[in-house]
Ligand binder design. Structure first.
Ligand code: BV8
Ligand code: ZN
Length: 265
């Protein structure tokens, strides 16, 4: 692992970790770039994750989110999630910012996670915005998924909508402000599992770089960020993050060896 990253992490007072769908990939959850399957195989994720898609066909979109919620319930946090949680116990101040709508970071032990794009677990009424509480148990869905009429609000009868931020919708103000502040103030920013294509989330590494932070990208594939970060490690976060933890703080890495190599120093 690049000595500069190890040293900056050891000396860091404030660390930001920004994650994308790639950190949940090793828990078996498809990323946004992955092809959709079943009922939704002819759709691109970014076309389903919009207010107009929900308006046009609420049952198709609600069924998609329910199938994703069931997949998240059946998934487990992977070694990458666990390593980030362990890092949080070793850094004076670690701010975890995620674009993901699953709860795998929380289930791995991370706290005060900033969900820029909302959470599957927090649907609400599209009229009066009252939170909706899911009935107990995991939705039993046929293989390939199903169209499901969204539930209705007990208070005003309007449709319940997924608790996520759709394309064209603003990010939650306080969450976005806290994320931007953390990126501006940090000593180290680690960006893991994101294609860095979705804004304004993708501007966070740029803010950290402009503020002089040491920046590390972890992704098995190249992204536009490769050219601007301090170090880009081409590898899966489920191996690289435990290795980073092991080499920085002598914490036994639970994932054994890591198949990664530094591509840029
Ligand atoms: C907004 C919730 C203001 C829903 C999501 C400039 C400024 C502002 C806005 C824009 C702008 N340019 C364009 C826009 C509009 C738009 C946008 O960015 N469009 C993109 C397509 C160009 N942005 C918005 O609309 C945002 N709102 O700006 O508000 C505003 C208001 C009104 C009018 C105008 C502006 C809202 C964006 C939020 C959208 N909601 N999610 C849901 O989940 O269903 S975004 C969605 O994409 C997910 O959250 C996902 O996380 C995110 C980003 O994708 P990634 O996480 O990066 O995942 P991806 O699949 O792309 O990549 C995975 C990566 O993992 C890959 O690189 C892969 O190589 C890697 N990987 C794979 N395996 C592993 C791995 N990495 C590590 N380890 C592995 N094992
Ligand atoms: Zn209501």
């Amino acid at each position: 692992m690049d000595e500069r990253i190890i040293k900056s992490l050891r000396d860091a007072k404030r660390v930001v970790v920004l994650t994308g769908a790639g950190v949940s990939a090793e828990s078996g959850l498809p990323t946004f770039r992955d092809k959709q399957t079943g009922l939704w195989e002819t759709f691109k994720a970014e076309d389903l994750a919009t207010p107009s898609a929900f308006e046009r066909d609420p049952a198709l979109v609600w069924g998609w989110y329910e199938s994703r919620r069931a997949a998240v319930r059946a998934a487990k946090p992977n070694a990458g999630h666990l390593a980030i949680a362990a890092m949080g116990d070793r850094v004076p101040r670690l701010t975890l910012i995620t674009q993901n709508v699953d709860d795998l970071h929380e289930r791995a032990g991370s706290r005060a996670v900033l969900h820029l794009h909302g959470e599957l677990a927090r649907p609400y009424c599209e009229a009066c915005r009252r939170p909706y509480v899911f009935p107990d148990g995991i939705p039993q869905l046929p293989r390939g998924g199903a169209r499901i009429e969204p539930p209705r609000c007990d208070t005003c009868g309007a449709r319940i909508r997924p608790g996520v931020v759709w394309f064209g919708e603003s990010l939650p103000g306080p969450t976005w402000a806290a994320a931007r502040e953390a990126a501006k103030d940090c000593d180290v920013l680690i960006c893991a599992g994101t294609s860095s294509l979705v804004y304004p989330a993708a501007s966070l590494p740029e803010i950290a770089i402009a503020a002089g932070a040491t920046t590390l990208q972890i992704n098995p594939n190249p992204t536009d960020l490769d050219g601007s970060v301090s170090v880009a490690i081409r590898g899966p976060s489920g191996s690289v993050l435990p290795q980073l933890l092991a080499e920085t703080w002598d914490v036994v890495s639970s994932s054994g060896g890591a198949d990664y190599e530094a591509v840029r120093t």
